[in-house]
Design a protein around this ligand. Structure first.
Ligand code: DAH
Length: 338
């Protein structure tokens, strides 16, 4: 019993706590109904008469020390809480929780998609991890075509005839839609794409595109031009002009690249448009008959156009952002401006 008292004394001496809960736990462990000290007082009843005096004194000392310790810790806690309360200036206004807003990239993507939704295009999505068929083969890229190389692809598994890869463009979604659905087809396909490119102010290895596809009987190049003019004026304002330059994509024939008159200088020439007065914003063209046939659509009966644009590029032009990396850094000082 003597040694147990000594041990508890040491425990009481060294115990310290900085929360009310910990102090209370200590009190229960020592002085509660089943506490260590209460137990000792019970045992004390069976002690021989000779020992009673000495052990009784020791027990009382232990009990007083435990009680003093609890009081001391409680007082100390009270003091520090008091200090805290006094330090607060109750006249200061409270801190409000900020209300979240959409990311500028989401805003621009939604705006693009909504403009086409108003023209009757429905939104379609596809997987980011794709196979070679949907990204290249069905889109008329020959097996050894340099365009496959051009797109510097992240391959996941290139062992099989149909390698698995991260899609390099959202054109893969038009293949998925055409495989499932016969014309008339009008879809916009927003999504994230991946290319093994060096990161710079103008390029990133992960970025976003919106793809569009319209297939029906008698769809013409003029239909495409008018659709894209409508889109551009909704996006950048009534006064912008567009221009189509001949280009090459395996999946369209003829193919074109579309420029808008510079949104900064209005076409007079400035640093942003490199003094040309024009800014390139998308690729487009009439869907190649081989693509239609690869997706089991009769290319004699149906024709159509497709287009694809980068969301980061449109966002940079619309908001005059000099470096697309700013869109991805998550800096609140930047993001709060939208
Ligand atoms: N897929 C092309 C790219 O990533 C963009 C594009 C060009 C899409 C022409 C199209 C198109 O649908 O017709 O650069």
């Amino acid at each position: 019993m003597n040694s147990k008292i000594e041990q508890l004394l040491a425990e009481v001496e060294k115990f310290t706590a900085d929360t009310e809960q910990k102090i209370e736990e200590f009190r229960i462990a020592m002085l509660g109904k089943k506490g260590a000290l209460t137990q000792l007082f019970d045992d004390f009843k069976t002690v021989s008469v000779e020992q009673k005096k000495e052990l009784g004194q020791k027990l009382n000392v232990l009990k007083n020390k435990a009680q003093d310790k609890i009081k001391e810790l409680k007082d100390r806690l009270g003091e520090s809480n008091k200090g805290l309360v006094l330090d607060v200036d109750k006249t200061l206004p409270g801190v409000r929780n900020g209300v979240g807003t959409r990311h500028p990239l989401s805003m621009v993507k939604n705006e693009i998609v909504q403009i086409f939704n108003r023209l009757g295009y429905v939104t379609a999505e596809g997987p980011e991890i794709e196979d070679d068929w949907h990204v290249f083969s069905a889109l008329n890229f020959a097996p050894d075509h340099p365009a496959r190389d051009m797109q510097d692809t992240f391959f996941i598994n290139s062992d099989s005839d149909n390698p698995i890869l991260l899609r390099t463009h959202t054109s893969s979604v038009q293949v998925r839609v055409m495989e499932k659905q016969q014309p008339p087809i009008r879809v916009v396909c927003p999504g994230r794409v991946f290319r093994n490119e060096d990161i710079s102010a103008r390029a990133h290895c992960i970025f976003h595109q919106v793809e569009g596809l319209y297939i029906d009987e008698n769809v013409s190049f003029a239909d495409m031009k008018q659709t894209l003019l409508y889109f551009t004026r909704e996006m950048f304002g009534e006064n912008v002009e567009i221009r189509l330059r001949p280009s090459y994509f395996p999946f369209t024939e003829p193919s074109a690249e579309m420029d808008v008159s510079c949104t900064i200088c209005g076409g007079k020439g400035c640093n942003i448009c490199k003094h040309t007065g024009w800014l390139e914003i998308m690729g487009c063209g009439m869907v190649h008959p081989n693509v239609l046939e690869a997706c089991n659509i009769d290319s004699k009966k149906y024709s159509g156009f497709a287009f694809g644009m980068g969301v980061e590029r449109i966002a940079c032009l619309k908001y005059n952002i000099p470096d697309l990396r700013m869109l991805l850094e998550g800096d609140m000082r930047f993001l709060r401006q939208f």
